[in-house]
Design a protein around this ligand. Structure first.
Ligand SMILES: [Zn+2]
Length: 230
C-alpha cells in the first residue's frame, strides 16, 4: 500500500517538529538531520554523571541517565512542547523508543524488571488528557520488552516544585508528594523510573524516596531530557 502512504503524504504533509522541514517517507516526527544533531548527554557512559549525583545517598539507586540536553530557548525544546502542551503524546513513544534503542547496547536496561513513569496529579492529568511520562515509558517498553506499570504510584500533592525557591526549600517542598498504590507489584523489583524533563532533580528525588519505602526495591532513572546545569 505504498501508493496510499504516498497519497497521504501528499495530501497531509508532515513536518519535522524541530526544524520544520518536510519529512520524507521513512521519517517520523524528526528529520534525519535533527535526529543526528540531537544534543545527547551520553550520561549512560558516565556512571557518576550530574543527574546521578542527586541520588548518591541511596545505594539502592543503581544508575541514572537523561537522553538529551534541554534548553528553554533551544530548538529541541519544541519536542518537549509538542509532548507536553500541544497534545502530541505520540512524540513520547517515538523518543522513548529511539532512546532505548540507542542505550540498550550499553547495557543500561539490564536487570530492569518494571518501568514506572513519574505520575501526574489527577487534576493535571485531567487537564492535559494524558501523562506524557506514560508515553515515554511505553516507547521504552516497545524497544526493550520490559513491562510498564502506569498506576503503581500516584501524585497526591500538586505542588509547584520549580519556581522562586531556594534549593533547600525546594527539597522540603517535595517530601510526601507521591504515594505507592501497588506495593505488591513493586516489591523486590529493579524499577526504571521515567521522567520527561529533569531540571532540579527534586521530583525524581521525591518519587524515589516513596519507591524505596517498598522492601528490596532498586531504582534506575531515565529522564528524556535534562537542563545542562543539573
Ligand atoms: Zn529537522
Amino acid at each position: 500500500m505504498t501508493w496510499l502512504t504516498d497519497l497521504k503524504d501528499l495530501l497531509f504533509p508532515r513536518y519535522c517538529k524541530v526544524c520544520g522541514r518536510r519529512l520524507t517517507k521513512g521519517e517520523q516526527h524528526l528529520c534525519i538531520g535533527c535526529q543526528l544533531d540531537l544534543p545527547r548527554t551520553h550520561y549512560e557512559q558516565k556512571p557518576d554523571n550530574l543527574l546521578m549525583q542527586h541520588f548518591m545517598e541511596w545505594p539502592e539507586v543503581i544508575r541514572a541517565t537523561a537522553y538529551f540536553y534541554y534548553h528553554k530557548e533551544g530548538k529541541y525544546s519544541s519536542l518537549i512542547h509538542h509532548l507536553k502542551y500541544y497534545d502530541h503524546p505520540e512524540v513520547g513513544i517515538f523518543l522513548g523508543r529511539m532512546a532505548a534503542k540507542e542505550l540498550s547496547p550499553s547495557g543500561y536496561f539490564e536487570g530492569i524488571e518494571l518501568i514506572v513513569p513519574v505520575p501526574l496529579s489527577k487534576k493535571k492529568k485531567r487537564k492535559r488528557g494524558y501523562n506524557q511520562c506514560d508515553y515515554i515509558a511505553r516507547g521504552i517498553s516497545k524497544a526493550t520488552g520490559i513491562p510498564t506499570c502506569t498506576d503503581c504510584m500516584e501524585r497526591i500533592i500538586d505542588t509547584d516544585t520549580q519556581t522562586h525557591k531556594g534549593s533547600e526549600e525546594r527539597w522540603k517542598n517535595t517530601k510526601g508528594i507521591f504515594r505507592v498504590t501497588e506495593p505488591e507489584t513493586l516489591k523486590g523489583k529493579h524499577i526504571l523510573l521515567v521522567d520527561d524533563v529533569a531540571t532540579t532533580g527534586s521530583t525524581l528525588h521525591a518519587c524515589i524516596s516513596s519507591l524505596l519505602s517498598i522492601p528490596n526495591v532498586r531504582v534506575s532513572v531515565f529522564a528524556l531530557s535534562t537542563a545542562k546545569s543539573v
